[in-house]
Design a protein around this ligand. Structure first.
Ligand code: 4NP
Length: 155
């Protein structure tokens, strides 16, 4: 199963999600079954490492940042990803609007598996500088995705 987290720049939210979810999946012994990546709807930050605010959070929680390099979403992602998970409404609208007709990926919002928070977004910390809030929101959203994927793998 291939999971792709998407935000705007791929330097703040989606690389944080990638690092956190990679650790969660590895801790469950599922690293061979669930592959995780991230991308941005914009190519503005292409080639750049995560934002210092995201790097600080990853260091705080002992999550590796070394492999995280910003890249833009591409047409192949719509075929190779089983799930594209977007951080806010603009990301979701952009990802859906650009979807090729032969798209096979499921396109979702970050809180789709968290009933109490469904419809909420993870705001862009590039503007708010509230990177701990981003981590806390992802820490709420990601376990429900892991539960869902484990159910999918069992079926
Ligand atoms: P992200 O944050 O989408 O969470 O990675 C942003 C990073 C860069 C820009 C916007 C948002 N930017 O405009 O360059």
């Amino acid at each position: 199963m291939n999971v792709l987290f998407v935000c705007l720049g791929n330097i703040c939210r989606s690389p944080m999600a990638e690092a956190m979810f990679t650790k969660m999946v590895a801790d469950e012994g599922l690293a061979d079954l669930i592959k995780i990546d991230s991308a941005g709807t914009s190519d503005e930050e292409e080639g750049n490492p995560p934002h210092p605010g995201t790097r600080k959070i990853l260091a705080k929680y002992n999550l590796p940042a070394a492999n995280l390099v910003s890249r833009p979403l591409n047409n192949h992602d719509y075929l190779s990803a089983d799930y594209i998970i977007c951080m806010d409404d603009m990301n979701l609208a952009d990802v859906k609007r650009r979807a090729p007709v032969n798209t096979t990926a499921n396109i979702n919002a970050i809180f789709d598996m968290t009933p109490a928070k469904k419809g909420q977004a993870i705001p862009d910390p590039w503007y708010t500088h509230r990177f701990q809030d981003t981590y806390n929101s992802l820490a709420e959203a990601l376990p429900s995705w892991l539960t869902y994927f484990k159910q999918q793998l069992e079926n």
